[in-house]
Design a binder for this molecule. Structure first.
Ligand SMILES: NC(=O)c1ccc[n+]([C@@H]2O[C@H](COP(=O)([O-])OP(=O)(O)OC[C@H]3O[C@@H](n4cnc5c(N)ncnc54)[C@H](O)[C@@H]3O)[C@@H](O)[C@H]2O)c1
Length: 279
């Protein structure tokens, strides 16, 4: 999509971090923005920031793991802003720990937000974009969708799934000669609220008992997220550029390339996978 001015973007997980920055970056391009999140307080603050850029903003409390709520988000976006063109399926959470420590609650929570959230976003919004033969879907995965770092198995599973979903969506649209574009966003560490995602865990999806190793892993990831060198605003700029240039893979952190290459080589040479954090 070369021209964004006057068009409409819908962003999930818009109350914080990458979602907030994407909303502001698309607003700076002159787009009206529909903002969805479970965090209504911060969502309202982001809507104010968006409106300061001279465009319209609407907010809706949406739990992306719930099909009906994502359908309502699409309906509200089209009813109140007149159309939808760019859809950022971005909301995500990140409980950590080795696979055998992840509780059923951990799995249901992370699959619900990180994977079902993207599934619902595509299912709800893609038909409208296809019908108007114009638009772009941006799914937030992670470098953890291209490599499999230890200690975050459930997260890796959801992000690899989002990459597979996005690649297939791209093929499905190209086969039908649709002009709707797709991108998959794969950043490494960016300073956002992701290390504190427990704040949005529903009470009925209980956390597992955390071992000392998991607590150490959480402390390590928290530090890595906090000291991420590329800001959420810079990642959002990369997203805007990719939408304009119709680029599929958005890899924001060059330093991670050797780990991606090592994984691909290990597969092609039928070797056991090397630890991407030890390369
Ligand atoms: N920050 C990083 O280092 C990093 C790296 C790679 C990928 N990502 C991905 O970026 C995306 C955005 O995360 P972030 O880093 O901005 O973190 P963040 O915590 O700052 O923002 C995530 C937002 O998602 C919202 N959210 C949580 N559960 C939700 C639900 N069920 N329905 C709707 N909204 C919900 C939260 O309230 C929050 O506003 C996630 O998918 C994350 O996995 C982040």
């Amino acid at each position: 999509m070369k021209k964004l001015k006057g068009k409409v973007a819908a962003v999930t997980g818009a109350a914080s971090g990458l979602g907030r920055s994407m909303a502001l970056a698309f607003a700076a391009e002159g787009m009206d923005i529909a903002l969805a999140d479970v965090d209504e307080v911060n969502l309202t603050a982001v809507a104010d920031e968006v409106q300061e850029k001279g465009v319209r903003a609407i907010t809706l409390k949406v739990d992306v793991s719930q099909a009906a709520q994502v359908d309502a988000f699409r309906d509200q976006t089209i009813a109140r802003l007149g159309a939808v063109h760019v859809v950022c399926n971005n909301a995500g959470v990140a409980p950590l720990g080795p696979l055998w420590e992840s509780s059923v609650g951990d799995w249901e929570w992370i699959l619900g937000v990180n994977l079902w959230g993207v599934i619902h976003g595509v299912r709800a919004f893609a038909p409208a974009l296809i019908a108007q033969n114009e638009g772009h879907i941006v799914n937030t995965a992670s470098v953890a969708g291209l490599i499999s770092p230890p200690g975050m198995g459930a997260y890796n599973v959801t992000k690899h799934a989002v990459v597979a979903l996005s690649e297939t969506l791209y093929h499905d649209l190209r086969e039908r000669k649709s002009k709707v574009g797709v991108s998959v966003l794969c950043p490494a560490y960016v300073p956002t609220g992701i290390a504190d995602s427990e704040r949005s865990r529903p009470k009925h999806l209980a956390a597992s008992e955390k071992s000392r190793e998991t607590q150490a892993k959480e402390a390590m990831v928290r530090k890595a997220v906090k000291s991420g060198k590329i800001s959420a605003a810079e990642v959002a700029q990369a997203v805007v550029k990719a939408v304009k240039a119709d680029r599929f893979y958005i890899l924001t952190h060059e330093g991670i390339t050797p780990a991606i290459r090592a994984r691909m080589e290990d597969i092609l040479k039928a070797r056991a996978p090397r630890n991407p954090l030890a390369l």
